[in-house]
Ligand binder design. Structure first.
Ligand code: HEC
Length: 105
């Protein structure tokens, strides 16, 4: 195994170890649910105002890797600074949770 590959894997292990205690569901409810709805159904007043598409049942998001969802969350121009300033671990946890909602019906 090459050194860069080993370093990458070591980095991944570090990230997952430090984010293990971050709770994706709690982060989602605190940071994302006001727009995306508690169950990803975009059923809040803000969802209606911003025309937020439902995450639940979104095959595109369900088919993305966790890393792609995290990148989409960070890169989305409609996401407020409160979302973009979250730590990588929190974004990763919330993104994995959002992906789970997308896979649900
Ligand atoms: C202020 C409202 C708001 C908040 C807060 C918010 N979102 Fe979004 N989100 C949106 C809107 C609006 C879109 C649709 C963007 C578009 O149409 O381009 C979206 C799109 C998405 C998408 C789909 C991206 C894609 O490329 O299809 C994902 C996944 C997502 N949000 C996850 C999250 C997560 C996870 C959080 C919390 C960390 C969050 N959002 C917080 C408003 C919000």
């Amino acid at each position: 195994m090459s050194i860069p590959r080993m370093a990458a894997i070591a980095g991944l292990l570090l990230v997952s170890a430090s984010s293990a205690r971050a709770d994706g569901a709690a982060t989602f409810q605190a940071q994302c649910a006001k727009c995306h709805g508690e169950h990803g159904k975009s059923d809040t007043a803000i969802s209606a105002m911003m025309k937020v598409p439902a995450l639940a049942g979104d095959a595109k998001v369900a088919g993305m890797t966790d890393a792609q969802v995290a990148a989409a969350v960070k890169g989305n121009e409609k996401h407020p600074p409160t979302v973009k300033s979250l730590g990588d671990a929190e974004i990763a946890e919330a993104s994995t949770y959002a992906k789970g909602l997308a896979a649900a019906k």
